[in-house]
Design a protein around this ligand. Structure first.
Ligand SMILES: [Zn+2]
Ligand SMILES: [Zn+2]
Length: 423
């Protein structure tokens, strides 16, 4: 199983793709599941493109498909994925009555140029990304684990029903929300998301992440008036200056004593020439907190800063929320259950009930949806022994984490207690 997981993980790693452009990755998932007795949904049956902010253009998707064809993936499959979306949902029926599980595996990479240093295993072993994007968060491992788990479970020797959600666009928090309208959570009793890494020892099983942050991503467009910078500056309205003012004040927003908070402005683009008062500037940023209400409050303060900066410089401003994820409220019953299974498999030393996860994940939106419908949810973690932080050009998981992750999830599903459904 280890060889197979490593092979899968490395091939996925080599073809890292950006959010909603995971055509090669989705094609690989379909290829690896071919011939198995599972039900597979893609396209509109797995996600709804309408309403996704900044969904990639037809040209961007065609370009991603062309790159995947050049890399040897099936052209017909790629065309359909590029057209209809890259989410893949896999249903596996169990032979006995029991809960319906939804398991989330995210499949996207990041806009990071992977390190070519020989200290970096993917570079040394020849499976570094060939695409310009990078799996710097471990989602290559998640996808491999999901595929192997599907192969383990096709014997149907478990209670209930397993649905695997291979989710696009986790980075940027847009993919989960796009899958819900397609009905992928209908009838789900239990939800599990898995994340590898987090600087934990390789293979360490964690029952749930805590401190998972709510996040709201935003884009602000400032619109001013162009004028000659020396000939008639009084006629101009400087959009870059307004953005600069806003950025400094967003970064200076007061922290909370009640919750963890973060505010960042990550990109800025504006202006056209040194001698023209710039009439347009666009910034993107985000706020985060481990408390949902605090996150909302931060966004309100950002709105205030934007309005004030725009008034100061006499320009117009428009803020658009581009993505969001919420906090996590894991269900103790389910955490107990997965921890008990992990203890059986790995012993006490191989398990922790909780670990801090100081990041965001839009799996929280799926978890909340399942919980609202009366189901249970948790966000399990498996240590990846990563030396470098997530989203770093040298990030890498220790491949020893892959087998324990599959064994754990497999055993959680095989040993699910039918009775706890009626607790
Ligand atoms: Zn990430
Ligand atoms: Zn991630």
């Amino acid at each position: 199983m280890r060889d197979e997981l490593v092979r899968l993980r490395r091939e996925i790693h080599r073809h890292a793709e950006l959010p909603f452009l995971e055509v090669a990755t989705a094609a690989l998932i379909l290829r690896e599941l071919e011939g198995l007795p599972v039900q597979i949904r893609t396209g509109a049956a797995a996600m709804t493109i309408d309403g996704v902010v900044d969904y990639p253009s037809v040209e961007q998707r065609a370009e991603a498909a062309a790159a995947a064809v050049a890399a040897g993936f099936d052209e017909t499959t790629l065309t359909a994925l590029a057209e209809n979306g890259t989410a893949v949902v896999v249903d596996i029926p169990g032979a006995r009555p029991g809960p319906t599980w939804a398991l989330r595996f995210d499949i996207d990479g990041l806009p990071i140029v992977e390190s070519t240093s020989p200290v970096h295993l993917p570079a040394r072993a020849g499976f570094a990304s060939q695409t310009g994007a990078m799996h710097a968060c471990g989602h290559d491992g998640h996808t491999a684990i999901g595929l192997q788990l599907a192969r383990q479970l096709v014997d149907g020797d478990f209670p209930g029903h397993v649905r695997m959600l291979f989710q696009p666009a986790e980075e940027g928090s847009r993919g989960a929300a796009a899958m819900i309208p397609a009905g992928v959570l209908d009838g789900v009793d239990r939800f599990l998301a898995l994340h590898l890494g987090h600087s934990l020892p390789a293979g360490l099983a964690v029952g749930t992440g805590v401190g998972v942050q709510a996040t709201t991503k935003f884009r602000v467009t400032f619109t001013g008036i162009e004028a000659h910078a020396a000939g008639a500056p009084q006629e101009g309205r400087n959009a870059v200056a307004a953005a600069a003012t806003a950025i400094l004040h967003i970064l200076a927003l007061p922290r909370s004593s009640k919750a963890a908070t973060n505010a960042n402005v990550g990109t800025i683009a504006g202006g056209s020439a040194t001698n023209i008062v710039p009439s347009s500037c666009v910034i993107t940023g985000e706020v985060r907190s481990d408390d949902g209400a605090t996150c909302e409050d931060l966004l309100e303060r950002v709105r205030g800063v934007i309005d004030g900066a725009a008034r100061t410089w006499g320009v117009e401003s428009e803020l658009v929320v581009t993505a969001s994820a919420t906090t996590l409220h894991p269900d103790d019953v389910l955490v107990d259950e997965v921890v008990a299974v992990a203890r059986r498999l790995f012993g006490d030393a191989g398990v922790r009930r909780t670990a801090t996860m100081s990041a965001s994940d839009d799996a929280t939106i799926l978890a909340r949806e399942v919980q609202r419908a009366g189901g249970l949810a948790t966000y399990v973690m498996v240590g990846g022994a990563n030396e470098h932080p997530h989203h770093h050009p040298l990030f890498d998981i220790d491949e020893d984490c892959l087998v324990p992750a599959v064994r754990w999830l497999e055993e959680v599903i095989r040993s699910a207690d039918d009775h706890s459904l009626h607790d």
